[in-house]
Design a protein around this ligand. Structure first.
Ligand SMILES: C[S@@+](CC[C@H](N)C(=O)[O-])C[C@H]1O[C@@H](n2cnc3c(N)ncnc32)[C@H](O)[C@@H]1O
Length: 367
């Protein structure tokens, strides 16, 4: 009798259950965006490629499933635990048997603080917190040290920070954060929110605020907070820094030390005139006096100065006001190399009739 080789184990397969809220944010696009984000994790940081990603209905509920060449390692799981819309992760057992079993995989998120830091604030013009997390993730993964996301102290700058969604997500990851925004109401609202939140959560911190002056001229206001991720860390002098400069982003080069920022993450104004759109406020003439295109063209050279070599910049914007190729050219002209691999081309999605949103990520390389 010919000897029979033992049956090959089938490659590991996994299923992701998405946050129910993801559907409200992106309507039809939530699985497409998660797939693109997963693609970036796979390319930048995972030890085994993610293959055959698709939507599957299991037990009547939709999942995003994928297979891998090797079983996901603990560091792989630690990385993908932070996917922006991942709610739960399962390994699919009993392939070929009906029905297959979903075995929960223990996820280990980076989150250092309570989740309401990101969800309490609700206002017209807020960049959705899940979208902001995705933009931060893919930008962190595009630096020259993608794994630093998981184990290093990163400095995040949002040079158009509004009421601080990026700042809050950076705090959540245990990072240092700096924001600039010209809108005085946003500054006041954020200052009130974050001071109240830190007090309510009994997080050890110091907060200073007051006039922001540059060369004796008053630019606006300033908020500087040092906070501890734990009481012990704070007691040992290990505090994180959160600062907010309430002024025009054109002042960034004077306020933020050149080369001191690891990632810049920002959601540009959408150039929509009416108040109630996602990511857009009815702010009167000041913030809207320049088109988003002019704002980006003039600001990118200044923002780039604050970025360290090997750091990355991720921008989301409304493609109705500026085509992708044009924004890519501005970034390239400032010595930034655009991330061009397949997943980075899959993030464009419809927000509403007047906003088609996309994101672009570029790394600062030596010229
Ligand atoms: C899409 S919103 C960002 C919203 C923010 N991510 C949030 O969740 O609150 C764009 C922001 O750019 C700000 N902005 C526009 N022009 C500016 C400028 N020249 N300098 C600083 N901020 C500016 C606006 O005030 C607005 O808050």
């Amino acid at each position: 009798m010919p000897s029979q080789s033992p049956p090959q184990p089938s490659p590991p397969r996994y299923a992701i259950l998405l946050y129910p809220a993801a559907n409200r944010v992106y309507a039809e696009s939530s699985r497409q965006l998660l797939q693109a984000e997963l693609g970036v994790f796979s390319e930048k940081v995972l030890s085994t490629p993610i293959l055959d990603v698709r939507e599957e209905i299991l037990g009547g509920a939709p999942y995003l499933t994928f297979r891998t060449a090797e079983r996901l390692s603990d560091p792989d799981i630690a990385a993908i635990s932070n996917l922006s819309t991942l709610y739960a992760l399962f390994e699919i057992d009993g392939e070929g048997t009906a029905p297959p079993a979903l075995r929960p995989v223990l996820i280990t998120k980076l989150d250092k603080l309570d989740s309401d830091l990101l969800t309490v604030q609700k206002y017209p013009g807020k960049t959705n917190e899940l979208f902001t997390k995705m933009l931060l993730n893919v930008t962190l993964l595009s630096t020259d040290r993608p794994a630093a996301m998981l184990d290093s102290r990163v400095h995040v700058l949002d040079p158009l920070c509004g009421r601080g969604t990026t700042l809050n997500q950076a705090m959540m990851y245990g990072f240092d954060a700096t924001g600039l925004d010209v809108d005085g109401k946003d500054f006041e609202a954020y200052q009130h929110f974050i001071k109240t939140w830190l007090r309510a959560k009994r997080i050890k911190h110091t907060a200073e605020s007051g006039a922001l002056r540059l060369n004796k001229a008053r630019l606006g206001n300033r908020l500087l907070i040092h906070f501890g991720l734990t009481k012990e860390q704070y007691k040992n002098g290990d505090a994180r820094t959160l600062q907010y400069f309430n002024c025009d982003t054109k002042n960034v080069a004077e306020l933020v030390k050149p080369g001191s920022v690891d990632v810049i993450v920002t959601d540009a104004p959408y150039g929509v005139q009416h108040g109630s759109h996602v990511g857009q406020k009815d702010k009167g003439t000041h913030a809207l006096s320049r088109s988003p295109r002019d704002l980006l063209e003039n600001s990118i050279p200044l923002w780039t100065q604050s970025l360290r070599l090997g750091g990355a910049m991720g921008i989301s914007w409304n493609t109705h006001v500026m085509p992708r190729a044009e924004l890519a050219a501005v970034l390239a002209n400032n010595g930034l190399s655009i991330q061009k691999s397949e997943p980075f081309a899959e993030f464009e999605h419809r927000v509403d009739q007047s906003i088609q949103r996309d994101l672009i990520v570029a790394r600062k390389s030596a010229r």
